[in-house]
Design a protein around this ligand. Structure first.
Ligand SMILES: N[C@@H](CCC(=O)N[C@@H](CS)C(=O)NCC(=O)O)C(=O)O
Length: 223
C-alpha cells in the first residue's frame, strides 16, 4: 500500500490527499512532525518537507506537484490533467499560481504563523505583521477565483482538474482556521462549495487537530 507522510494542516499535503482520493487509491497516512527533522524522514526527503509518498516497492517521492503529476501518469482514471497540450499548460499555470504564489503570499503568512510556529516552537509569538499581510493578500486570490469561474465551469476550463485541487487545498487549510473572508467573495464561495461536496474532500473535512478545533462552518457543505 502507498504510505503518505503529511501534516493535516499542510496545504501541499492536502493537495496530495485530494489527488489520492480522486483516484480512489488506498493509502496509509502518517503524520510527520517535520519540524523535528527526524533523521529517517530527512533521508526520505533531504528538504525535510511534507508531503512524501512511499510506494509499496519503496519508491520514494517528494514535492506535492511532482507527486500529483506522477499519480496522474500512473493512474489515469480520472485524469486530472487534460490531454491537449495547451489545456495542460493552463492547468499547470494555475497549479503554480496556487502552490507558489498563494502559498507564499497567504498560507505561509497565516498558517505558517498561526499553526506551525505554535506547533514547532514553544515560545515563539506569531508575527502580527505577517498575519495582516496574509489577510490583505487573500482578497486578490479569491477575486481571481471569482473572475475565473464567471468565465469557466472549473478554474482551468470545463473540467475539474489539478488546478481546482491545488486552489482548494490551499484554501481549505486557511478555512480550517476560520480565516477565509467568505462574506466578501460569493463567486469563490460557490466554486469552493462545489469542490467541498466532492467525496474526495470528505476526509479533509473530518480533520480535527487536538487543541486546535476547526470553526463550525469548516465541515458544513452549506456554509
Ligand atoms: N516544495 C514542497 C513544499 C512543501 C512545504 O512547504 N511543506 C511544509 C509544510 S506545509 C514543510 O514541510 N516545511 C518544512 C519546514 O518548514 O522545515 C512541496 O511542494 O511539496
Amino acid at each position: 500500500m502507498i504510505t503518505l507522510y503529511h501534516h493535516p494542516l499542510c496545504a501541499l499535503s492536502r493537495l496530495v490527499r485530494l489527488v489520492l482520493a480522486e483516484k480512489k487509491l488506498e493509502f496509509e497516512a502518517r503524520i510527520e512532525k517535520f519540524w523535528e527533522r527526524r533523521p529517517e524522514f530527512m533521508e526520505m526527503n533531504p528538504a525535510g518537507e511534507v508531503p512524501v509518498l512511499v510506494e509499496e516497492d519503496g519508491a520514494t517521492l517528494a514535492d506535492a506537484v511532482a507527486i500529483a503529476e506522477y499519480l496522474d501518469e500512473v493512474h489515469r482514471d480520472p485524469p486530472l490533467l487534460p490531454a491537449a497540450a495547451a489545456a495542460r499548460a493552463e492547468v499547470r499555470r494555475l497549479v503554480g499560481w496556487f502552490c507558489v504564489r498563494f502559498h507564499a503570499e497567504v498560507t505561509v503568512n497565516l498558517s505558517g504563523e498561526k499553526v506551525f510556529k505554535r506547533l514547532s516552537t514553544q515560545h515563539a509569538e506569531p508575527d502580527s505583521r505577517k498575519i495582516r499581510t496574509g489577510f490583505a493578500n487573500i482578497h486578490e486570490h479569491l477575486n481571481y477565483i471569482g473572475w475565473l469561474t464567471e468565465r469557466r465551469t472549473w478554474l482551468a476550463g470545463g473540467d475539474f482538474t489539478l488546478a481546482d485541487i491545488a486552489a482548494a487545498a490551499q484554501i481549505s487549510a486557511i478555512d480550517y482556521m476560520g480565516d477565509v473572508p467568505w462574506e466578501r467573495h460569493a463567486g469563490a464561495r460557490d466554486w469552493y462549495a462545489r469542490v467541498k461536496s466532492r467525496p474526495s474532500f470528505r476526509p479533509l473535512l473530518n480533520d480535527h487537530l487536538p487543541g486546535m478545533p476547526p470553526p463550525r462552518h469548516y465541515a458544513d457543505l452549506d456554509f
